[in-house]
Design a protein around this ligand. Structure first.
Ligand code: ZN
Length: 433
């Protein structure tokens, strides 16, 4: 779809870009997947250029959703307002057991469509049927770090099979789709993988030179389990077995001490803050301001859509900032610019790909957010407007590696109607007319 257009250079005219001190209008040229020019003066236009009028639109590096489970949009609203343990054991795990590879493919496309339409260009995913996840990502032309979620108490036959699946995912997909797909290694969590499984996973991550992606200190129960069964907190136990000798994407980090934060900062661990999922499942609120102050790279993620129930990074930024202000009783906590950095720059750092900022030579992963709507005018300060007032549906255009994935709210790489039809056909029986 849109192949003719994809091969052209793109010029974004009069878009708003904002750095730490000021906002200004600039013109951007995008070619060969990179930002090749940035100028406050008009850029020369060549025949064949695609010119986008950016008046009133904020240009940002794409949002990086640094922790999600793409196919879980299939379980959006399946079971809400119940305790975590019941939610997992009686609803989510039985439903996951019934998923086919085709279900996972359509669920992934559903999530990717929602994400692109709200400005996300890159994700870190953890699930199973990873071939289906990767196929969807490849077709959607998104960037993703994918991984097979290992769940095994021991390195027995089952444990070895799980490791083999993780290895296969890395060998098949790391570097695929022109480098837009990367792989990670995902022991699911400290309480779902035994010590020997963790040790084997760490060895494999070293061998393949890929990051770890795991869940860490999500609940009080997890910390209590670790203290009872391992005699240490999850952070200290994983540090001791060498997990953090590898760059690690650690989702949640809700229940961590000051001492543990210092360890995470020293060991190049990215804490992925998932404020809405943590709040919805009643797990508490991560000490984001303290983590940042300790020097930890903090990114932002939605977690799966079963516990969110959306995947809109603008809403996630707003939740992050407001919940921190509320928890700390401090309106200066997690200001708009800082939370926007978490949602873009810090996530790209953690995943080792995509644009860190809007400047020449950077990957052309750019989203345009319309700040001229009734929900956003007058836009006194672009980042305040973005974080506290805007919505995912204000994203008009999304470019990944120099290609349009969304233009004027229209998806270029995903057939939205077909995806909704397939998902409803498979899962919407109770409600479909
Ligand atoms: Zn998760």
């Amino acid at each position: 779809m849109g192949n003719k257009e994809q091969s052209m250079s793109i010029v974004l005219e009069n878009v708003i870009v904002s750095d730490a001190n000021s906002a200004k209008k600039v013109n951007l040229r995008i070619e060969n997947g990179l930002i090749s020019a940035l100028d406050e003066n008009p850029l020369p236009i060549s025949p064949g250029d695609t010119v986008v009028a950016g008046e009133g639109k904020l240009a940002l590096p794409g949002f990086v959703n640094a922790h999600t489970h793409l196919p879980m949009s299939l379980f959006r609203g399946l079971a809400d307002d119940i305790p975590l343990d019941t939610w997992l054991r009686e609803h989510i795990w039985p439903a996951e057991k019934r998923l086919t590879a085709a279900d996972v493919y359509w669920g992934s496309l559903l999530s990717l469509a929602e994400m692109i339409k709200s400005g996300t260009t890159q994700v870190a995913d953890m699930y199973f049927h990873t071939d289906s996840v990767a196929r969807a990502v490849s077709e959607a032309h998104m960037r993703a770090t994918i991984s097979y979620g290992i769940v095994a108490n021991k390195l027995d036959k089952h444990g070895k099979d799980e490791l083999a699946m993780a290895r296969e995912t890395i060998e098949r997909w790391h570097g695929a789709a022109n480098g837009r797909i990367r792989a990670a290694l995902s022991p699911h969590a400290i309480y779902t993988c035994g010590r020997d499984v963790w040790a084997a996973a760490i060895d494999l991550a070293h061998e393949k030179n890929v990051p770890l992606h795991t869940h860490l200190c999500e609940t009080r129960d997890e910390v209590a389990w670790s203290l009872t069964n391992l005699g240490q907190t999850p952070v200290l136990a994983l540090d001791e077995i060498g997990a953090f000798s590898i760059p690690t994407i650690a989702a949640h980090c809700v229940h961590v001490s000051e001492e543990e934060m210092a360890i995470l900062a020293q060991r190049s661990v990215t804490a992925v803050h998932c404020p809405k999922s943590n709040a919805k499942l009643g797990n508490g609120h991560a000490p984001v301001v303290s983590l940042l102050r300790a020097g930890v790279n903090v990114a932002l993620g939605t977690d799966g859509a079963a516990s969110n129930n959306g995947q809109d990074m603008i809403e996630e930024m707003r939740m992050a900032s407001l919940l921190s202000k509320g928890a700390l009783e401090d309106p200066t906590a997690l200001p708009a610019r800082e939370v926007a950095m978490m949602a873009t720059h810090n996530g790209a750092e953690a995943l080792g790909a995509g644009a860190r900022r809007i400047s020449t030579g950077e990957d052309a992963d750019i989203v345009l957010v319309d700040l001229s709507g009734v929900d956003t005018v007058p836009a006194y300060e672009p980042f305040s407007t973005l974080v506290y007032a805007a919505h995912g549906c204000d994203v008009t255009d999304v470019i990944v590696a120099g290609e349009f994935l969304l233009r004027d709210r229209k998806l270029f790489t995903i057939d939205e109607e077909q995806v909704k039809y397939e998902v409803n056909r498979r899962f919407g029986k109770a409600f479909a007319n």
